[in-house]
Design a protein around this ligand. Structure first.
Ligand code: HEC
Ligand code: HEC
Ligand code: HEC
Ligand code: HEC
Ligand code: HEC
Length: 464
């Protein structure tokens, strides 16, 4: 044992290696035990414990043989490699110590690898490590309905194949982040996203019959009273009913296959092909898209969940929806005169960064009330400041100057409000050879029970 220690300390390199590996092993075990005891700490601590410390450990281990070899070379005339003579008890005990330590090291490395993979799958790793790059997506994700799921559930999904694929492209992404090569904003749509069949359908399934869903949307007017306006829609979500599916989720009935040909952005759809249950194929063309060169332009894609739910997690809002949301959730006091109109004006200004936006919105709103409603500006300074704060928060959840992401950089395809969405196909213009069109009949998707009314009769009936 003594000679083993002597060998490890003979050369400064192996001495340093031993020190680094031992320190890393102790650190790692400490983190591991803390983790087992349920103390997880800051997201970065996981990255430190399971990415950086194990790397140091392996680095230390590698230094040891390097130092040993140098030391041997330095001793003049010695052979390159040691001669192992197991008849000598000293060699036997040295080998035993070496063997036990190696087994221990393998166990530590295996545990570390396992935890490394686990850490790389956490939302924090994706969202925080590459903070500036993923900031828009991470911010929106945290406000969305999937905040408690993990990035990898949609972006990688189960199974080894996509794991390896995404880690390979992930390695390139790390390099491109380090060297500042990534595009800003990150382009959408994601062309190599794993098919929704294998990701969304871990938790949702298209065969589920959802039926009709009542949706009450509250919007506000630009008048002095910020009058609330209600829109009531009965959404025909549908699903598989018996053997025949109906409504909006008819598109993802496994018995139907819809393919479409579009430009790279998928905003402009040239041709739609439907193969139905009975094997019949229908084709609809946008005006002129079946002639000459236009007949082969673009790329084909099979429609799935993401063609409508393209923002299930990173849902950015329009300025109008953001301000309406803040009014509806009382983050902005709805009795401040013209607060919607002024708020909308202020979040629409181009600011250089978050601090500039905060100051610009705060001062802009204060100046408006000081000029137009001086008495109210004094009495309700607190509410005005709170409204400015809420507006700033809305701005910074949608606008990221560092990534060149602004309002409406990422269109939402559900509906037809912030982008053509459903109307990319349902525009009464895509036509079959025999003159049938993909319909824009309002009632086929939803019954419009009320549209921007102050006191819709339907709501009085439902909740007298
Ligand atoms: C519920 C599923 C889901 C979750 C969870 C999810 N994403 Fe996404 N993400 C998507 C979809 C779908 C797209 C593709 C949109 C498209 O192609 O139009 C996307 C696109 C992206 C893009 C490309 C830019 C863009 O906005 O289109 C980035 C970057 C991204 N996601 C990062 C993340 C990060 C980081 C997390 C975790 C904090 C995460 N995603 C969690 C579904 C998800
Ligand atoms: C790990 C499980 C999981 C995965 C994977 C997942 N979801 Fe979800 N999804 C949920 C949960 C849980 C909710 C319910 C959230 C709630 O009620 O607030 C939800 C809610 C939704 C909703 C309703 C949102 C709303 O505003 O009420 C939609 C739409 C949706 N998911 C679409 C998708 C799509 C599209 C994908 C694939 C890109 C996907 N989900 C992947 C778990 C998942
Ligand atoms: C043709 C477009 C389209 C496709 C394709 C589509 N959806 Fe939807 N889905 C909708 C619309 C529209 C709604 C109603 C949304 C609303 O009113 O908020 C909806 C609602 C939902 C909801 C909420 C249902 C509820 O209980 O309220 C979930 C979950 C969902 N979709 C998941 C999926 C999944 C998973 C897929 C793929 C298998 C999918 N959708 C495919 C358009 C689509
Ligand atoms: C192809 C299906 C489809 C057709 C056709 C359609 N809509 Fe919609 N509409 C939707 C969906 C999906 C939404 C989104 C609901 C939501 O917010 O989740 C929507 C939302 C709306 C809203 C609410 C907008 C908001 O957010 O305030 C109005 C108003 C509306 N539609 C009116 C119409 C009218 C009028 C027509 C007929 C010209 C029409 N729609 C045709 C699918 C359709
Ligand atoms: C890629 C093109 C495409 C997009 C995008 C699209 N649809 Fe469709 N949709 C079709 C086609 C094709 C049909 C079948 C038309 C026919 O048979 O006449 C259809 C049919 C429908 C039907 C009637 C289903 C039935 O019961 O027969 C509804 C409802 C519908 N779509 C709603 C929507 C909504 C809501 C959206 C947006 C969230 C949407 N669609 C987006 C192509 C599309």
């Amino acid at each position: 044992m003594k000679s083993f220690v002597a060998a490890l300390t003979r050369h400064p390199l192996s001495l340093a290696g031993t020190a680094i590996a031992t320190a890393a092993a102790i650190l790692f075990l400490t983190f591991f035990i803390l983790d087992l005891m349920g103390m997880h700490g800051h997201p970065y601590s996981g990255i430190l414990a399971y990415l950086i410390v194990p790397a140091l450990f392996v680095f230390g281990l590698l230094l040891i043989p390097l130092g040993l070899r140098r030391a041997r070379r330095r001793a003049a005339g010695a052979a390159e490699f040691p001669v192992l003579d197991f008849n000598q008890p000293q060699v036997r005990s040295r080998f035993l110590v070496f063997f036990v330590l190696t087994v221990l090291n393998v166990v530590i490395i295996a545990a570390a690898t396992y935890k490394t993979v686990e850490v790389m799958d956490t939302t924090e790793f994706c969202g925080v490590t590459c903070h500036s790059v993923m900031e828009p997506e991470y911010t929106a994700f945290q406000r969305g309905p999937h905040a408690s799921t993990r990035c990898v559930d949609c972006h990688i999904g189960p199974g080894a194949g996509w794991f390896v694929k995404s880690k390979l492209s992930g390695s390139w992404q790390v390099v491109s982040v380090a060297l500042d090569l990534y595009p800003t904003p990150i382009p959408t749509p994601v062309h190599n996203l794993r098919p929704a069949r294998e990701t969304c359908e871990q938790c949702h399934w298209p065969q589920k019959f959802v039926g009709d869903r009542l949706k009450v949307l509250t919007r506000y007017d630009d008048d002095e009273a910020n009058t609330p306006l209600k829109t009531v829609l009965l959404m025909r979500v549908g699903g598989l009913a018996g053997r025949q599916s109906q409504g909006i989720h008819w598109h993802v009935d496994p018995a139907n296959t819809i393919r479409y040909r579009s430009d790279e952005s998928r905003e402009e759809i040239f041709e739609v092909e439907l193969t139905s249950r009975d094997g019949r194929t229908d084709r609809w063309f946008a005006p002129g898209a079946d002639e000459g060169e236009a007949a082969t332009a673009g790329v084909w894609r099979t429609m799935d969940c993401v063609d409508c739910h393209n923002r299930p997690s990173h849902t950015f809002r329009t300025p109008e929806r953001e301000v309406d949301h803040a009014l509806e959730t009382a983050h902005i006091a709805a009795d401040l005169p013209f607060v919607r109109r002024e708020g909308l004006r202020l979040v629409g200004v181009t600011y250089a960064d978050k601090a500039a936006a905060e100051a610009g919105i705060r001062d802009g709103l204060a100046a408006f009330y000081a000029a137009e409603y001086p008495e109210l500006a004094r009495e309700r300074a607190g509410d005005i400041a709170a409204a400015a704060q809420a507006l700033h928060e809305g701005w910074s959840s949608n606008v990221f100057p560092g990534m060149k992401v602004g309002w409406n950089t990422y269109p939402n395809h559900i509906g037809h409000e912030s982008s053509p969405g459903c109307f990319r196909c349902h525009d009464d213009m895509h036509e079959t050879a025999d003159g049938r069109v993909i319909s824009q009949d309002c009632e086929s998707c939803h019954s419009l029970l009320a549209m921007e009314e102050t006191e819709p009769g339907i709501l009085a009936t439902l909740s007298p």
